[in-house]
Design a binder for this molecule. Structure first.
Ligand SMILES: Cc1ncc(COP(=O)(O)O)c(C=O)c1O
Length: 394
């Protein structure tokens, strides 16, 4: 059979690690799940209650495929007041099955075969595959350690060709944890305006941000309101990964119209009770979010400082998201005859039960790195550092 466009999509590195860790966990071995982008927190109580209430009061019928009006209104208000996005109205807000689904629809609606999208390398691996799905071509910009992994506007502009359709950006960034400054975002916005490009802004980690830094939505900058598609999720902010709730917003009527059709023909809407949980999340108190983010910053400090004591790694101090990006030392002798990011990943799992994600899973420039997630509780992080200190020496 001739190769189908979907055959070109690759998946799997992160799934391989997860499956291996889960098999070891099931066999009773002590493991440290530092490969998972899902925090140990419980979904806040007011959200759980709203979901239970929705269930008990029979709010279990078809919702509108674009999302409950009450939820879209709450999302619009949040985006206008907090992100300063100039979204026209709630007709330009679409409720999605997590951030992933918003990004899927965005690229499906935006791209024709051969259209190019500029994106950072390394990057969450699913992004390149989502671009390839409708026939798009990912054009990577390498993030360099000697530039503190900056998504460099000069490099972005150099990569533009007549086929460039969009610039994708993700701040705070998975897997490195870099936060783009307002000055850099302004430079990227200026390039998008001058070259008449769309910008896809993935703000999954907008609230997971440390050191008092401020998250800026590029869509709020001059000239950007009508060319930006912004994708959000409840997964990271409200510890709702399993409830699968996200949203996207754009003033571009063509994109909205195409996404409405995609929604109608695919999911036909997010489960109603999850959406009622979303209403409670956005309209209720935000104390639980603050507490979770404070705890994540404490975990970042503890885990990053611990990793610094291990000579096998040279780690970047993340300013946001919940990952540490660590370069494998040239002094590490390797495992089973290999020294690459898979060798280190397998070595950590096999020797001490520490899960990581191999850097190569995030793009070619991720080779020789691993990504640790500090999503588990502090005692587990402390223990994981101890077992790695024992394995590698300090
Ligand atoms: C950069 C980035 N964008 C989007 C998502 C989407 O997450 P979800 O589909 O759980 O909302 C993730 C999840 O890990 C991510 O890392």
């Amino acid at each position: 059979m001739a190769e189908h466009i979907i055959d070109k999509i690759t998946l799997g590195a992160l799934v391989i690690v997860r499956d291996k860790m889960m098999a070891q966990q099931a066999s009773g071995r002590k493991v440290y799940r530092l490969e998972v982008g899902d925090t140990s927190f419980n979904t806040p109580a007011n959200i759980r209650k709203a979901i239970n209430d929705a269930m008990e009061s029979g709010k279990t019928h078809y919702p509108p495929s674009t999302g409950l009006p009450q939820l879209r209104a709450a999302m619009l208000k949040k985006m206008q007041t907090e992100n300063h996005l100039l979204v026209k109205d709630d007709e330009h807000v679409l409720v999605t099955i997590g951030g992933m689904h918003g990004l899927y629809m965005t690229f499906a609606a935006l791209l024709d075969p051969g259209d190019e999208v500029i994106l950072p390398d390394p990057m969450w691996s699913e992004i390149a595959e989502l671009i390839k799905r409708p026939g798009g071509v990912p054009v990577p910009i390498v993030l360099r350690p000697d530039q503190d992994f900056l998504y460099d506007p000069v490099e972005i502009e150099k990569a533009i060709t007549p086929r460039t359709k969009a610039i994708y950006l993700n701040t705070p960034h998975n897997p490195i944890g870099v936060v783009l400054s307002e000055a850099t975002l302004r430079q990227i916005a200026d390039i998008a305006v001058r070259h008449n490009l769309a910008v896809v802004s993935d703000e999954a980690y907008e609230h997971v941000i440390f050191d008092g830094l401020k998250h800026v939505s590029i869509g709020s900058l001059p000239g950007m309101a009508d060319r930006t598609i912004t994708c959000f999720t409840f997964s990271k902010t409200y510890a709702m990964t399993g409830l699968r709730l996200g949203y996207m917003a754009t003033n571009d009527d063509v994109i909205v119209d195409r996404c409405r059709k995609l929604l109608r023909l695919t999911t036909n809407g997010v489960p109603s009770i999850t959406q009622w949980g979303g209403v409670a999340a956005l309209t209720g108190p935000q104390d639980a979010v603050k507490e979770m983010m404070t705890e994540l910053e404490a975990r970042r400090n503890l885990f990053f400082d611990g990793l610094k004591s291990i000579k096998a790694f040279d780690s970047f101090r993340p300013q946001g998201a919940f990952y540490v990006w660590s370069k494998i030392s040239d002094q590490w002798p390797g495992y089973q005859g290999k020294r690459d990011s898979w060798a280190m990943t397998n070595y950590l799992i096999d020797q001490v039960g520490v899960g990581t994600s191999p850097g190569i899973a995030f793009g070619p420039s991720g080779e020789n790195y691993v990504r640790f997630a500090f999503t588990v509780d502090r005692p587990t992080l402390i223990e994981s550092i101890e077992v790695m200190q024992n394995l590698f020496g300090k």
